[in-house]
Write a protein that binds this ligand. Structure first.
Ligand code: 13P
Length: 277
């Protein structure tokens, strides 16, 4: 069933666990993630970035692909189809083409502009039953060393002045492979949690230690975004397959050869997040 994230994230917040957000990159990944999460009987958020949407053929293609798979595969778990780091135009386009949730990322702008753009997206989305996540502070790449922490007053303002449903604050997390142990700011996270009553989101979940995940969830993270970890898992399975099957040319066999490693990683993360229905 395609849903927005409000119910699943509120339950996760209440129950002190996290919902996984897995980025999808193609048909095979989508099938693998849906099948595994159905098997585990957990809700899941499928994230589509603007570039992934272009790669797959556009927002309409993505939402039809996910909707059709849910039907054909008899998926019964709640599935949220979510724009990852969208512009205002991305969000509106995706909503008009069947997405059930969006993340408006106007974090590159000063806070007043971020609030203005985020509010416009919230108004458009909420009239249509679509959930909205927004970002404050800049969650960049692991190589960025400045501005890795959001300003608490900016977090409060974005929350109070826009009506968003979930907040992704920069707390020392980043996208991609961490070159050193991330300097996660738990004091900031606690302060944000005290001031803000909506669910909190952690981007850049790949490469975070088990201990940090336990702590992050205890300190109020209800949604964790994962992309790189599944890419690494998929590549491991694929590389191994290609080395041992030099005469195989069937693209279906090749692309699906990362499935087992992806499944292992999904299960490991879901257990760590303690995800429930
Ligand atoms: P990683 O690729 O570091 O897991 O980050 C994913 C993410 O935050 C998508 O928004």
């Amino acid at each position: 069933m395609l849903v927005n994230f409000i119910d699943m994230l509120n339950k996760a917040k209440e129950g002190n666990y996290a919902i996984p957000h897995f980025n999808i990159n193609n048909l095979e990944w989508t099938k693998i993630i849906l099948e595994k999460c159905e098997d585990l009987k957990i809700p899941v958020i499928l994230g589509v970035s603007s570039s992934a949407s272009k790669y797959m053929g556009g927002w309409f293609v993505c939402s039809n692909m996910v909707g059709s798979l849910i039907k054909e595969m008899n998926i019964t778990i709640p599935v949220c189809l979510h724009v990852d780091h969208g512009t205002k135009e991305d969000c509106i386009n995706a909503i008009n083409n069947g997405f059930t949730s969006v993340m408006i990322d106007a974090s590159k702008y000063k806070i007043d502009e971020n609030i203005k753009i985020t509010k416009e997206v919230v108004e458009y989305a909420h009239q249509r039953g679509i959930s909205v996540e927004a970002e404050v502070g800049s969650i960049g790449l692991t190589t960025d060393s400045e501005n890795i922490y959001a300003d608490i007053n900016d977090c409060i303002r974005l929350y109070k002045e826009t009506g968003i449903d979930a907040l992704a604050p920069a707390i020392g997390n980043a996208h991609g492979i961490y070159l050193e142990k991330p300097r996660l700011n738990y004091e900031l996270l606690d302060e944000i949690k005290r001031e803000i009553s909506i669910p909190l989101v952690l981007h850049g979940g790949s490469g975070i230690s088990h201990e940090d995940f336990e702590k992050l969830i205890k300190h109020g993270i209800s949604k964790v975004n994962i992309n790189t970890d599944l890419q690494i898992a998929w590549k491991k399975g694929l590389t191994n397959f290609l080395e041992n099957n030099k005469e195989v040319y069937d693209p279906r066999k090749i692309i699906l050869s990362g499935k087992e490693e992806m499944n292992k990683k999904i299960e490991e993360l879901v257990n760590l997040f303690n995800t429930k229905m």
